[in-house]
Design a protein around this ligand. Sequence first.
Ligand SMILES: Cc1ncc(COP(=O)(O)O)c(C=O)c1O
Length: 379
Amino acid sequence: MSDDIETQVVHAGAEPDPATGAVSPAIQMSTTFKQDGVGGTRGGFEYGRSDNPTRRALESAIAELEAASHGLAYASGLAATQNILYLLEPGDRLLLTDDAYGGTWRLADKVWRRYGIVVDVVDMTDLDAVAAAVPGARMVWVETPTNPLLKVVDISAVARLAASAGALTVVDSTFATPFLQRPLDLGADLVLHSATKYLGGHSDVIGGLVATRNDVRAERLRFHQNAAGAVPSPFDCWLVLRGMRTLAVRMERACANAGLIASWLADRADVDAVHYPGLPSHPQQELAARQMRLPGAMLSFEPTGGEEAARRLVAATRLFTLAESLGAVESLIELPAAMTHASVAGSALEVPPGLVRLSVGIESVEDLVADLASALESA
Ligand SMILES: Cc1ncc(COP(=O)(O)O)c(C=O)c1O
């Protein structure tokens, strides 16, 4: 069709309906499909948990956006994570990045350890540390940029190290989306998204997506997708597809806003640290420029005055809504240590208590800056 992602996001998985010409995919709610004789399915559809036309459109769309041969859709990002972890066997070792979504850690630490998975944590921005930790690992779980400290991991380098040790590389690319980076092109085996975030883009649908080029792994994932059953509803698939159409323009605007806000915060005397991969002060700024089309629309910062100041700040914004989640048109603010990352307290993934995370939306950047300025002053 086109190699340009701006065109792909508009058209991926969007063939006009052959029967009616409808340009928007139909929301096919039927849970079961007539068979023409036993096993005589029409297009392979038999039961809605196993496959569904609206879900198939979404799955082919994410496969196309990630330059993959297989896409799979799930009821949430964590259901997608769970499905990938089903690839492990008891006794296998999972190597996890030391800054990651709290729910990913909770699933690995509180659930999978109970089933005999060994979970180890390493700072994946330190390639020597990855090289030392990777022997014996079965799966290397990268998140980049990371949530909430915005570390950037070198996907090619980590995937090479993992492959040399016989481990699979999984990249949680939720913060980047296929618009900013394509992990499979960089050597990753599997890429995962919480579609709840930028792909859906409007804070109105929970979903997860996985893409891969490997036929055998796709088959295993497809088996568990059906066997465990954490599939999205047809309407949810349609909402994610609709959100995807504007991914490119939303990301461009949100990234531009985030870049301006990050520079503005970095210049303030009442802010101790700003974590944003587009800032010259960011330790992986060069890598981010090489690996990502734009530095993203997520950032975190530490206001002077620690946790107390941070708590006052997040309660004082008006346009930035105090809420969990990220990646939608509206700007959000939160305190990871007390909210999205409460489950990492006391672990190697613990985050600073005074860290404030912003998901920068597509509003007027002047309005967003004015909102932060008055909140910082009142804090
Ligand atoms: C980076 C990342 N991965 C995965 C998830 C989990 O996705 P979901 O909330 O859709 O289950 C989240 C949720 O915030 C996330 O931020």
